[in-house]
Design a protein around this ligand. Structure first.
Ligand code: 2RA
Length: 338
């Protein structure tokens, strides 16, 4: 049980869901404080029957805080996380800033829960596109070993925050009226379009979003030999990232075995009945905490591959839920600040 939990970024797209989750899951805490920049400080936010006033994010704000859950831009996290650790809090951070720091565990509770044991104050939650893929890959990797992954993502506009969904609506409405909406969040109009760029150029023609899928997957699964070839695409869907994944395994894996492994895996739901038009779709996964897999089939172009389709609510398991689950894991393990 935590005496005091602070949520940083409560008014953002993910922060609002963290707030809902803390309440709905009866998170083990006695008191919740909300911290934000000067722009949001002073606003009142509802938490169950309470109204909590957002306080200013500053170094002294972390006195008496045991656990911080944070959903902020990278540069905000870079600045405040050391203040919180200095004050004796554990930070569960959803930004990308700390994820690849060797001193920072990168954790999906269903996959690598023991990674939290050696934290040094900061624990990172992975990128949304990585999280759902790794939840699906982990049981296969444990059973037969994964050699290579080829993944194409179909990522919802809410991955870019509240502004992404505002832009989706404006862009669709403009298109329906035969007008052009000038984008400000995305590189191109997103209404009735697909944009094969998420993030900026990072390595050999791959974007920052794509390289997160390479680097974070290896770190979470603890295996630098796994080859990942990603293509990340923004699609005109508000909530729910989808991924087409082809996985090559070290030992043979049948469709039946894969289905059994997923059926037994925590946090995975199999929806796979093509004859009855049953497979995961973003509309059906919106608001759910699981990772959904379907369209499971043998790779007909090689002997050692399985192809599947994977969908998850990017704001929940991809962000808010995973961070809250890390907090619950710390509480279960009674892990305190170092
Ligand atoms: C996106 N994955 O969808 C990013 C958010 N972290 O834009």
């Amino acid at each position: 049980m935590f005496d005091c939990v602070a949520l940083v970024g409560a008014t953002g797209a993910v922060g609002r869901i963290v707030l809902d989750q803390l309440h709905a899951r009866n998170f083990p805490m006695r008191r919740l404080r909300l911290l934000a920049s000067a722009r949001s400080a002073g606003t009142k936010v509802r938490f169950g029957d309470e109204e909590i006033t957002v306080e200013l994010l500053e170094p002294s704000a972390f006195e008496g805080v045991d656990l911080v859950i944070a959903s902020t831009p990278d540069e905000v996290s870079a600045e405040f996380a050391p203040w919180a650790v200095q004050a004796g809090a554990i930070v569960v951070d959803e930004s990308a800033y700390w994820r690849m720091d060797p001193k920072v565990p990168l954790v999906i509770p269903e996959v690598n829960p023991d990674a939290v044991d050696n934290h040094q104050g900061i624990i990172a939650s992975p990128n949304c596109s990585t999280t759902q893929m790794v939840v699906a890959l982990a049981p296969l990797h444990a059973a037969v070993g994964i050699r290579r992954v080829i993944v194409s993502t179909y990522q919802a506009t809410s991955g870019a925050g509240l502004a992404g969904n505002v832009e989706l609506q404006a862009s669709v409405e403009a298109s329906l009226k035969g007008q052009t909406h000038t984008p400000s969040t995305f590189q191109h109009p997103i209404g009735f379009n697909l944009i094969p760029q998420i993030g900026s150029q990072k390595y050999c023609g791959y974007t920052s979003e794509e390289m997160k899928m390479v680097d974070e997957t290896r770190k979470i699964l603890g295996d630098e030999s796994i080859a990942v070839c990603p293509t990340a695409v923004r699609v005109p869907v508000a909530i729910g990232h989808s991924e087409s994944i082809l996985v090559e395994t070290k030992q043979p894996l049948s469709v039946e075995q894969a289905r059994e492994l997923w059926a037994a895996a925590e946090g995975v739901t199999v929806v796979d009945d093509l004859d009855n038009q049953s497979y995961p779709m973003p509309r059906d996964c919106d608001g759910s905490d699981d990772v959904f897999v379907g369209r499971i089939r043998q790779d007909i172009s090689s002997d050692d591959g399985i192809a599947f389709w994977c969908v998850s609510d990017n704001l929940r398991k991809g962000a808010a839920t995973n961070a809250v689950q890390i907090g619950e894991l710390l509480a279960r393990k009674s892990i305190a600040s170092p």
